[in-house]
Each structure stands twice: as structure tokens, then as C-alpha cells.
Design a protein around this ligand. Structure first.
Ligand code: SF4
Length: 182
């Protein structure tokens, strides 16, 4: 990896023939540049995600060109579209089947808040059933906005402590959703 791609804190301490950094920084950098997406697309925002994946916007530039349709082989859940309340348990099951560490982006107004569908049948934001790391506004958001959301998530991932997933605070946060981890 070219050294000038790294921030001063990521560069650590360098000398002739060695480089020192911390495991947190090393693992965070590696994770953030290799996020495997699971697209959970239910309606129009999903089309914008397809465009984001395709050659013009080329999400491969961010290390995320490998979509997974198995939750067990994905670490970035991308929810794009209106989520009906009947669909909420399915989304929740997909999230629970993902291994830690896992992250979630709510793409567009519907996934973030229910959007214009303030009705009895639509979930008013996916954070009613699963935790969300990044919200992307828009109806629909353009691919540039989705990429911006991915880059925001990369920043979070890069700076996340390696031990966060084992912390009591993280487990308590999941417990508020009724999700238990061992
Ligand atoms: S936010 Fe707008 S574009 Fe996206 S799924 Fe909802 S209605 Fe469709």
C-alpha cells in the first residue's frame, strides 16, 4: 500500500525496515476497504443501488464490488426501498444471520423513516427493528449520495475499536432491539 494514501495517524511510526501501528488501526483500515454488501432492495431506491454497482459509478473503487446474497458472507447490509411491516421480520432475520462485525446503511427516505408512506402498513424506518449506522437521505438518493454513505461508513469502520463488538455497551445496544449475542 502506498504510504501517501494514509493519514498521519494511520502511518504510525516508521523507520528503516519497520513500521509500527496498532491492531485497531490496521484491522480498521483493512475492514473499511473490503466491505461486502448485501443489497436488501424492495423498490425504486434499489434501482439507484444497481446503478451504483454498475460500471459508471463502479463501487469496486471502494472495495465493495462483491455483492453477497447470503447474509453469512456479507458485512454491509444496504436496505434500499419501502419496507412493509410484513417484511420487517424478514429484514430482521437477515440481519441476525449476518456475522459480526456487521454494519447497516439505510438508503433513501423510505428505509430511513418510511418516507412519504405514513401509513398503517409501512415500517416508519428500519431502525425500528435493526440498528442503523448510516442514513442516506433522498427520494431517491442519487448514486453519488449512496457512495457518500458508503464512504461515511468506511470512516466509521476504520475508526471502530477492534473490541467494540465484545463491549457491554454494544451488547446493551443490541438488547434494546431484543437481539442477544453471546
Ligand atoms: S425513498 Fe423514494 S425512491 Fe426510495 S423507495 Fe421510497 S419512494 Fe422509492
Amino acid at each position: 500500500m502506498s504510504e501517501n494514501l494514509l493519514t498521519p495517524s494511520e502511518q504510525g511510526y516508521n523507520g528503516q525496515g519497520y513500521q509500527l501501528t496498532t491492531m485497531d488501526k490496521f484491522i480498521g483500515l483493512a475492514r473499511s476497504k473490503s466491505m461486502w454488501p448485501l443489497p436488501f432492495a424492495t423498490s425504486c431506491c434499489g434501482i439507484e443501488f444497481m446503478s451504483t454497482m454498475a460500471s459508471h459509478y463502479d463501487i469496486a473503487r471502494f472495495g465493495s464490488e462483491r455483492p453477497s446474497f447470503s447474509p453469512r458472507q456479507a458485512d454491509m447490509l444496504l436496505v434500499a426501498g419501502t419496507i412493509a411491516k410484513k417484511m420487517a421480520p424478514v429484514l430482521r432475520q437477515v440481519y441476525e444471520q449476518m456475522a459480526e462485525p456487521r454494519w447497516v446503511i439505510a438508503i433513501g427516505a423510505c428505509a430511513s423513516s418510511g418516507g412519504v408512506f405514513d401509513t398503517y402498513s409501512v415500517l416508519q424506518g428500519i431502525d425500528k427493528v435493526i440498528p442503523v449506522d448510516v442514513y442516506v437521505p433522498g427520494c431517491p438518493p442519487r448514486p453519488e449520495q449512496i457512495i457518500d454513505g458508503v464512504m461515511k461508513l468506511q470512516d466509521l469502520v476504520k475508526n471502530e475499536a477492534y473490541s467494540r463488538r465484545d463491549s457491554p455497551e454494544y451488547k446493551a445496544m443490541l438488547a434494546t432491539y431484543g437481539i442477544n449475542v453471546n
